[in-house]
Design a protein around this ligand. Structure first.
Ligand code: GCW
Length: 704
């Protein structure tokens, strides 16, 4: 039989077609799953050539789990970005070798004699430096510990992803805050309190036997932005999480997170001794209760040796706490702290308390309860305060506890999930809100005592420092529901690493990694992001208004809402609309909240003429005809702000429409559909709120 190539190919045709189809199927859809770690080929030919010259091989001498992870990440990422195989080398035998590790795991890095500098950068800090090694031009990513080398590797990848030069680089960085945590409000049944992106990522019924491979991608994403801990369960916590059955499941999660530098933490239910083991009491001073927590901590550390510690919501919103037994928050926190201390664990005790008996103004209560306890907490306790004194409103002044706790480390809690900021439907980049918070001057040790400095331990020498964010992740394919909500996860991690970051720079970084480096795309996306938060404030609650949300869901407006369960869950309580004006009088003639702030802030807030206009209704009951700085009366100014907010959303959609064809259609359409809804909602907010307020102001709308 003679061989006929034509006949051979004919037979092969169906297989070739199948192969082609299969290879198409493996082309990744732009479904948002890859987040900011997309690693597509660098699309600038000049840069690509230069990167290929600078990067040819990866050399990792250490063999720890973390070093395996970073090697795998670099190989995958560089292979994608440079669109060619990047080999693993054993010696820097050619120019362009990327040498990664620590002086103790890598003789090559040890030979550079950088130990002192690396020690000074701390275990999570790193150095990225162009260096000559054994006669070859290399780039060294070094740290005192493998975790720092992992962070350095992600930084290095970010340089390429954002199209920066790799020539003669010398970069050092280290986190300014020790604990950088995501708080998951995930329940045992898989639902997420205030979650808008699907179900919980933790599949309790499959654990510990099967761990969803997705958890590794979750850990990679977190490590890439420096997050080093995750509280796995809701602060409204089910005590079952502390039982052996669940601890084993949590241990399985911890083992996936560990190589990425992420510790697991749990929200602890204060009544657990009673609820799990039927002790007659959970009184923190009862010897049996003390022993119970000690035994529990011992058990936890036997199962999860590097367990991080507990987060506790006590005596708040029906959660039990030490006050049930006539004890203080400090006594409650110290009970758990004492049990965890021998193992190196910590307690994060929330200050989100608002007992009505303490003060008629809800926002005065936490300060009044916690400041007298300053200095009474054990060394391994941090008090965890939300950024504002109320509850994650679109704009609040910083909570006055920042700067008031001098001996107790204060951990800042931010909310990444958009409970009061349009859920996963509205495009709202939270970076500017967090920058505003961190930049606020508390004046606690004179001018310059910013919240960032307080949280970093730079004003009062805190031995522990931390920032946590209520997570916006879930089982949705794109993790966060809205493609732009990923930016809030990203920015949170970067702010937790450095609270003095610039929201605009972070928006740029994220955009380049997520939507590409095309200059027009970058400038349009960044401009949309940077206007989005102020737009939201304007079309929902301008000029310091707050609490205007519908009951429970907190999505739509309902400024007149009265909640029969509690006065301070009612919109009307915050809005205080009447014939005279609008807003909550917190001056010295009102609830006196202004005096929880240091001078000169107290006087500045107290005086309607000097109070910043964006906080006016937070601190003052403003007469409808009050003359604003613009010359308009307050009623018209309010009207004007709602209008600006609405217009901005229309502009955002127009801007987005200019990007049709410049970004992938899948995500383009998704964002566009959401923007369409946002335009609709913004109009509803504006119309409904203004109509409601008009029933009090009795003033006409201007003719347009
Ligand atoms: O704002 C409220 C939320 C609750 C949340 C609570 C808290 C977890 O509406 O859903 O409960 O804050 O922070 O504890």
């Amino acid at each position: 039989m003679t061989f006929s190539p034509v006949a051979f190919l004919k037979h092969l045709k169906p297989f070739l077609a199948l192969g082609f189809l299969l290879s198409c199927a493996t082309v990744q859809a732009e479904d948002g799953y890859r987040l900011w770690l997309r690693y597509d080929k660098v699309d600038d030919p000049v840069l690509l050539t230069s990167y290929r010259q600078n990067v040819s091989a990866i050399l990792v001498e250490g063999t720890s789990e973390t070093e395996k992870v970073l090697q795998e990440e670099l190989k995958k990422a560089l292979g994608g970005l440079l669109d060619r195989e990047v080999s693993l080398a054993k010696t820097p035998g050619e120019n362009g070798t990327i040498v990664v590790g620590t002086p103790s795991t890598s003789p090559l890095i040890a030979s550079l004699d950088w130990s002192k500098e690396l020690e000074a950068l701390g275990p999570e800090g790193y150095l990225i430096c162009s260096s000559s090694l054994q006669g070859h031009q290399t780039i060294v990513i070094a740290s005192a510990s493998p975790i720092g080398a992992l962070y350095g590797s992600f930084h290095f990848l970010r340089l390429i992803q954002t199209h920066q030069s790799l020539e003669n680089i010398h970069i050092t960085d280290q986190p300014r805050v020790k604990l950088r945590l995501l708080d998951h409000w995930d329940n045992l049944d898989g639902t997420i309190e205030r979650g808008y992106a699907g179900k919980s990522l933790w599949k309790w019924n499959e654990l510990p036997g099967h761990v969803d491979p997705r958890l590794k991608d979750y850990a990679r994403a977190n490590a890439s932005i420096g997050i080093n801990g995750a509280v796995l369960n809701n602060v409204n916590s089910n005590p079952l999480f502390l039982t052996k059955e669940y601890l084993l499941k949590i241990a399985a999660i911890a083992s996936v997170f560990r190589p990425h530098g992420i510790k697991v933490y749990l929200s602890a239910n204060f009544a657990a001794p009673k609820k799990i083991d039927k002790l007659p009491t959970s009184d923190p001073l009862d010897p049996k209760v003390i022993q119970w927590w000690k035994d529990k901590a011992d058990e936890i550390y036997r199962i999860i040796p590097d367990f991080g510690g507990f987060l506790v919501k006590a005596n708040s919103e029906n959660q039990s706490g030490p006050q049930d037994y006539g004890r203080t928050h400090a006594q409650g926190a110290n009970l758990l702290a004492g049990a965890l201390a021998p193992h190196g664990g910590i307690v994060m005790w929330r200050s989100f308390v608002y007992n009505q008996d303490v003060d008629p103004d809800r926002i005065n209560r936490a300060y009044k309860e916690f400041v007298p306890l300053d200095g009474k907490f054990d060394k391994n306790v941090l008090v965890q305060s939300k950024n504002g004194a109320l509850d994650f409103q679109p704009r609040e002044p910083f909570a006055p506890l920042f700067g008031a706790m001098k001996k107790t480390p204060l951990l800042a809690e931010l909310q990444i999930t958009q409970e009061y900021l349009g859920h996963s439907t509205h495009l709202v980049y939270l970076g500017p809100m967090w920058e505003e918070f961190f930049k606020s001057d508390t004046f606690s040790k004179g001018p310059g005592s910013t919240v960032a400095k307080v949280v970093e331990g730079g004003i009062f020498p805190y031995s522990l420092t931390g920032i946590s964010g209520v997570a916006n992740t879930g089982s949705d394919r794109n993790w966060c529901g809205h493609p732009f909500a990923q930016a809030n996860w990203y920015a949170f991690g970067r702010f937790a690493w450095n609270p003095e970051s610039s929201a605009k720079d972070l928006a740029g970084e994220w955009t380049r990694q997520t939507w590409g480096n095309d200059p027009r795309t970058v400038s349009t996306v960044v401009s949309m992001m940077m206007t989005s938060r102020e737009a939201f404030v304007n079309y929902t609650c301008p000029l310091g208004l707050n609490g205007v949300f519908e009951k429970d869901l907190h999505y739509a407006p309902d400024p007149g809402m009265v909640d029969p369960r509690r006065e301070d869950w009612s919109a009307a309580y915050y809005v205080r609309a009447d014939e005279k004006g609008l807003g909550f009088d917190r001056t010295r003639k009102g609830s006196k909240n202004v005096d929880q702030y240091y001078p000169p802030l107290n006087d500045r807030f107290n005086n309607i003429a000097t109070c910043p206009e964006e906080l006016l209704l937070w601190f003052h009951h403003v007469p409808w005809d009050y003359k604003m700085k613009s010359g308009l009366n307050f009623w018209l100014e309010l009207y004007h702000h709602y209008g600006i907010g609405f217009e901005k959303v229309i502009n955002m959609r127009d801007q987005w429409n200019e990007l049709r064809g410049k970004v992938d259609d899948e995500r383009y359409q998704q964002v566009d559909q959401k923007l369409k809804l946002q335009v609709h909602d913004a109009k509803e907010w504006k119309t409904l709120c203004l109509k409601y307020f008009q029933t009090f102001s009795h003033m006409p709308f201007p003719t347009e």
